[in-house]
Design a protein around this ligand. Sequence first.
Ligand code: BTN
Length: 122
Amino acid sequence: QCDLQGLWRNELGSNMTILALNTAGTFSGSYHTAVAATNKQILMSPLQGAQQHPGTKRYPAFGFTVQWQFSDSITAFVGQCFVDHRGKETLETMWLLREEVLSHKDTWKATRVGTSIFTRIK
Ligand code: BTN
């Protein structure tokens, strides 16, 4: 079974820590992004998430949000935890980064989307 708890790094060099899941499958942690869309100084930011069917699925689906402490934006990640035949775990995710715009007329440019793969570093 794939375990979300631990220290993970993605292809951008961002690091995140996911703390132990509770019995309901919800979890918290922290995210240190390597890059930003703003010019502000990057700060460690909290994450909150949930995993489906904790303890019963081999490759569980999960989602979490990161509430950036240095920008007005917020990111939602969804993904699945996989384990390969060597026991190597990866989190294969997609994300949406929503920025705050000052008018709904700017909604068209307010959301970025991407994919990200995290590997366990601890
Ligand atoms: C901001 O720029 O307003 C906040 C930081 C956003 C960082 C993004 S979230 C998706 C992508 N994956 C990362 O690890 N960092 C960027």
